[in-house]
Design a protein around this ligand. Structure first.
Ligand code: SAH
Length: 265
C-alpha cells in the first residue's frame, strides 16, 4: 500500500490531545508511521491514549528524534505544511495539487511535516522540504488545529491512492511489479531521487565552501543558502547528480588546498 511509505512528522508538538487525535486520523486513512521531533508532551500519556482510541499502536510505535533532519533520514520526498502565507516566497500548493507527488515513487519513503501548535515551522525547517502545502481557509482565520490539518492531508493522500486503485486491479498489480523492478534497478544505478540526508550533506558542503571562498558571509549565509536549497529542491536531484555536484565541490576544495599543484591545461 502506497501510504505505508508516507511518514507523518510532527515537530515539537505540545498538546497530547493533538498527538492522540493525529494517531487516530492516521489510522482512519491507512497511515502508520508517526515521527515525533523533540515532542513537548507525553505521547504515551492518558490524554493522548484517550484521543487515539483504537490507534494506540501508532502512538506506541512512534519514532522519537531530536531534529527534523533525523526525522527525514532515508526519505526522498518531503512536503511541509504551513498556515502562514505572507512571509514565504515559494508557491504554496493546495493538498490536492501537491500531495499525490508524495506517492509517485513507489516504495521510497516520503514525509509530510507539520509544525508547532503555537508558531508552526521556522523558515529553516520549511526549507528541508521540496514542496509546501497550505490548506486554503478563510483569510480571517487561516490557522487550523494541528490534528485537523493532519486529517485534511491524510484524507487527500488516501484519495490520491484510491483514484489509482479504482482502475483495473490486474493492471495495477502489473504496474506495481514493474515499479518494483524499476526501483530495484534504479537503486543500483543512482537514478532514484537522492535521499534528503544525501542532499543535506551536499548543502552543508556547499555552504562551508562558499563561506571559505568569501561568496557567503556568516551574516548572509542563512538567507542565501535558503535560495540555493529552494533552487535545488525544485529539480528533484538524483543520487548520481548529487554525487556529481559533490565531486565539483571536492575538486574546488582540493585546488584551494593545493594552489601550486594546479595547472590549467
Ligand atoms: N500560528 C501557527 C499555526 C500553527 S498550527 C503558524 O503561523 O504557522 C500547527 C500546524 O498545523 C502548522 O505548523 C501546520 O503544519 C498545520 N496547519 C495549520 N493550519 C494550516 C493550514 N491552513 N494549511 C496548512 N497547514 C496548516
Amino acid at each position: 500500500m502506497a501510504l505505508d511509505w508516507v511518514k507523518i512528522i510532527l515537530v515539537e508538538s505540545a498538546g497530547p490531545i493533538n498527538v492522540g487525535s493525529v494517531a487516530r486520523v492516521m489510522k482512519n486513512f491507512g497511515l502508520n508511521h508517526l515521527v515525533l521531533v523533540n515532542p513537548q508532551c507525553d505521547h504515551l500519556g492518558v490524554e493522548a491514549q484517550k484521543m487515539a482510541v483504537h490507534a494506540k499502536d501508532i502512538l506506541e510505535s512512534a519514532v522519537l528524534v531530536n531534529t527534523l533532519p533525523e526525522a527525514l533520514q532515508g526519505c526522498t520526498r518531503a512536503i511541509a505544511t504551513t498556515a502562514r502565507i505572507r512571509d514565504w516566497e515559494t508557491p504554496l500548493l493546495s493538498p490536492r495539487t501537491a500531495l499525490p507527488w508524495l506517492l509517485e515513487e513507489p516504495q521510497q519513503p516520503a514525509a509530510l511535516i507539520f509544525g508547532r501548535e503555537d508558531r508552526g515551522l521556522s523558515n529553516e525547517e520549511l526549507n528541508y522540504a521540496q514542496r509546501f502545502v497550505n490548506i486554503p481557509t478563510s483569510s480571517s482565520y487561516s490557522s487550523l488545529n494541528l490534528a485537523t490539518a493532519v486529517a485534511i492531508c491524510c484524507y487527500e493522500l488516501a484519495q490520491g491512492v484510491e483514484i489509482h486503485s479504482t482502475d483495473n486491479t490486474v493492471l495495477l498489480n502489473k504496474m506495481a511489479n514493474a515499479d518494483e523492478e524499476i526501483s530495484a534497478l534504479s537503486r543500483h544505478s543512482g537514478y532514484e531521487s537522492a535521499p534528503l540526508d544525501v542532499l543535506e550533506a551536499y548543502y552543508q558542503q556547499l555552504e562551508s565552501l562558499l563561506l571559505d571562498i568569501g561568496y557567503l558571509y556568516p551574516h548572509t549565509a542563512a538567507s542565501r543558502m535558503e535560495k540555493f536549497r529552494q533552487l535545488y529542491n525544485r529539480t528533484q536531484l538524483q543520487t548520481r547528480e548529487v554525487a556529481m555536484l559533490r565531486g565539483i565541490l571536492r575538486q574546488v576544495e582540493w585546488v584551494i588546498a593545493n594552489p601550486n599543484n594546479h595547472e590549467k591545461s
